[in-house]
Design a protein around this ligand. Structure first.
Ligand SMILES: [Zn+2]
Length: 154
C-alpha cells in the first residue's frame, strides 16, 4: 500500500477494526517515511457470474433493482429493499464463496423477500423458480398457507 503523501512503498498498520456489518475491515496506516496517516478499507471480493458468462462484482443495488420490480404496488420501502439486499449479501458471504451465479442469488433472495411481502415473493419466485403453470403458483400458495397455519398453532 503506497503512502498517498510521499508514495513510499510501505506502510505500517496502527489500528484495525471491522465494520458494523462485519463485511469490511478499516485499517489506519502510518507511513514510516513521512509519518502521514491514512485509512484503507478492505472487503473480500465477491463476484457474480451472469447467465451470459460475464463476471462482475456483487452489487446490492442490482439485488434491489431486481426485487423492486416484484414489489411494485406493494407496501415495501426503499429502506426495506436496502435491508433485504444487505441480508442477501451477508447470507452469500457466510457461505464463504467468492463467486456465485445469478440464479443462486435469486434463490437467496426468496427467504428474506417472503418475510417482507408474500405477494412480491410469489411474483419473484415465479420468475426465479420458472413457474410455468397455475399449479406451481397453487403449490407455493398452499405452502404459504400451511406455514401460516403452523405459525397460528404455535
Ligand atoms: Zn509517506
Amino acid at each position: 500500500m503506497h503512502c498517498p503523501f510521499c508514495r513510499h512503498a510501505d506502510s505500517r498498520v496502527i489500528d484495525s477494526r471491522t465494520s458494523d456489518d462485519g463485511l469490511s475491515i478499516r485499517r489506519r496506516r502510518q507511513c514510516p517515511q513521512c509519518g502521514g496517516r491514512f485509512t484503507t478499507v478492505e472487503t473480500a471480493s465477491l463476484n457474480v457470474i451472469k447467465r451470459s458468462g460475464v463476471i462482475e462484482p456483487f452489487s446490492r443495488e442490482k439485488v434491489m433493482s431486481g426485487v423492486r420490480k416484484a414489489c411494485q404496488g406493494r407496501p415495501v420501502t426503499e429502506g426495506d429493499l436496502a435491508m433485504l439486499a444487505q441480508a442477501v449479501e451477508e447470507a452469500v458471504r457466510q457461505t464463504g464463496a467468492s463467486q456465485i451465479d445469478t440464479n443462486e442469488i435469486g434463490l437467496t433472495i426468496l427467504g428474506p423477500l417472503r418475510d417482507l411481502d408474500e405477494v412480491a415473493y410469489l411474483r419473484f419466485a415465479s420468475v426465479y423458480q420458472a413457474f410455468d403453470s397455475l399449479e406451481d403458483f397453487e403449490a407455493s400458495i398452499a405452502q404459504l398457507r400451511a406455514d401460516h397455519a403452523a405459525e397460528a398453532t404455535e
